[in-house]
Write a protein that binds this ligand. Structure first.
Ligand code: HEM
Length: 443
């Protein structure tokens, strides 16, 4: 079934043939069987190994009894639905943009090491592309570390991008897109520059924590000598299967989040999210721009609001995400709707009003975030919030005008602190045999 990116964003369930041709495949669910330690040669599909582990007859569940063990010894066990799902790495667009949200994510920025220029950057992109494509198929890259040995691809996606500083370091300033101009400052910014920006960007997403860490570790090792980690942020979403049926995700404030995202079925979806093939510079054809913001939620203050107050701040019901102007979650928001007493159903400073395309000259973006929780601060408040990621064809017609508006008049801003920020140019996808960014680095 084709499900929208809104659902993908929101629901975090595998499903969506994306704009990049990404397709999550599912197999029938089986109980997970722990596999024993094993080693495997490079290139061996991990799912084969799971079958081998299953054939060793490890665990089959309490009800199976001795007969069940015998059966398990004879029949390799299939991967669970979650483990077997895969998202094609190759395509017109990179995976991880309009493909379904995953349960685990790592966002990492790298800086080129002193002396590493265009040639070494190109070699790194070639190594990274090859490893990412291999891992997305559930196979092991060369010199693997066995961390994900027993698991299937688990919807792994790896997405690469370039920051503005990359073009200075590699002598490619003439190829730097105008859309990559630094984001303007916003009054509510409390940015940590150490955790902002960066030459290279990698987004890793997977529905299994070990698969996600494995990919991150492989990519970090492949960068050795060429690029070093500048910052890393890790986040999560709801695990596929945690709800009885696919549902829109919730964020750490408890709101249904992702409902009114652009959908791939919208006529203007590609125009909003992806750079047109005719655009300049040519190497960005079919690419996208991603704004990354680490947004801390001031949860202790938020929790002091009543339910009605919280709903007024957003403009939607907390229980099911329905707009306060009436209807169900998917009913279009009626910004002009009024209550019996004549007051606006959606408050003047409600987040959905201030952020809506109608309030921002049509500006829109695809929100595809991960939640984060990095412990508690010295006052005992959670260091938690949203790794907000906005994907758009041009941030000057997406994130920037909307954030300007939110910065001035959004009721939600009182409960948020933007702590880190970055903008990256994410090239289009590549075909087998090519590497991501090849048109830039070899052009
Ligand atoms: C932690 C920070 C944020 C939280 C918790 C949050 C939460 C929400 C929620 C609950 C909705 C309503 C459901 C939906 O349509 O997805 C929403 C809508 C939206 N948000 Fe945010 N948001 C945050 C930050 C931002 C930022 C920084 C931007 C852009 C600069 C943004 C742009 C939007 C847009 C465009 C919509 C859809 C509005 C519409 O057309 O109805 N949000 N957000």
């Amino acid at each position: 079934m084709i499900r929208s990116v809104q659902a993908a964003h929101a629901r975090g369930e595998a499903s969506t043939p994306a704009g990049n041709g990404a397709r999550a495949t599912r197999r029938p669910r089986h109980d997970g069987t722990p596999a024993g330690p094993s080693a495997a040669p490079a290139g061996v599909p991990r799912r084969t190994l799971l079958g081998v582990a299953g054939a060793a007859g490890l665990t089959v569940g309490a009800a199976a009894g001795a007969g069940g063990h015998a059966l398990a010894a004879e029949q390799p066990r299939a991967l669970s639905t979650v483990g077997s799902a895969s998202v094609p790495f190759h395509g017109r667009h990179q995976a991880g943009i309009s493909s379904p949200l995953q349960a685990h994510g790592h966002l990492v920025a790298f800086d080129l090491v002193p002396g590493a220029g265009r040639d070494r950057a190109a070699a790194l992109m070639r190594r990274w592309t090859s490893a990412a494509a291999t891992m997305a198929e559930g196979r092991q890259p060369a010199e693997d570390n066995q961390i994900a040995l027993d698991a299937g691809p688990s919807s792994l996606t790896v997405t690469f991008g370039f920051g503005a500083s990359f073009f200075d370091r590699t002598g490619l300033r003439s190829q730097r897109p105008e859309a990559l101009a630094p984001l303007p400052p916003f009054s509510a910014d409390a940015l940590d520059r150490q955790r902002s920006d960066g030459d290279l960007f990698v987004q890793v997403g997977a529905d299994d924590a070990l698969v996600a860490f494995h990919a991150l570790r492989v990519l970090q090792k492949l960068a050795a000598g060429t690029a070093a980690v500048r910052w890393q942020m890790s986040g999560f979403n709801r695990t596929p299967g945690a709800t009885a049926e696919p549902r829109t995700a919730r964020n750490l404030m408890g709101q249904v989040d992702g409902t009114n995202n652009p959908r791939p079925s919208d006529a203007d979806f590609d125009a909003r999210v992806f750079v047109p093939a005719s655009a300049r510079p040519a190497w960005m054809a079919n690419g996208s721009y991603v704004v990354v913001r680490r947004i801390r939620m001031l949860l202790d203050s938020w929790d002091q609001l009543s339910l009605a107050e919280q709903e007024k701040v957003i403009g939607r019901r907390k229980s099911d995400g329905a707009p306060l102007s009436g209807g169900t979650e998917t009913t279009p928001v009626d910004l002009g709707g009024r209550r019996a007493d004549g007051s606006l159903a959606i408050a003047g400073d409600a987040h959905v009003r201030v952020a809506a395309p109608e309030s921002n000259g049509g500006a829109a973006m695809l929100r595809r975030p991960f939640s984060f929780h990095d412990g508690f601060d010295e006052r005992g408040a959670p260091d938690a919030g949203l790794l907000f990621m906005a994907w758009q064809a041009d941030p000057r017609r997406g994130f920037v005008p909307v954030q300007r508006k939110l910065d001035r008049g959004d009721g939600l801003s009182r409960f948020l602190r933007h702590e880190a920020s970055a903008l990256f140019a994410v090239p289009g996808g590549c075909a087998p045999g090519e590497y991501v960014g090849q048109r830039l680095l070899q052009g």
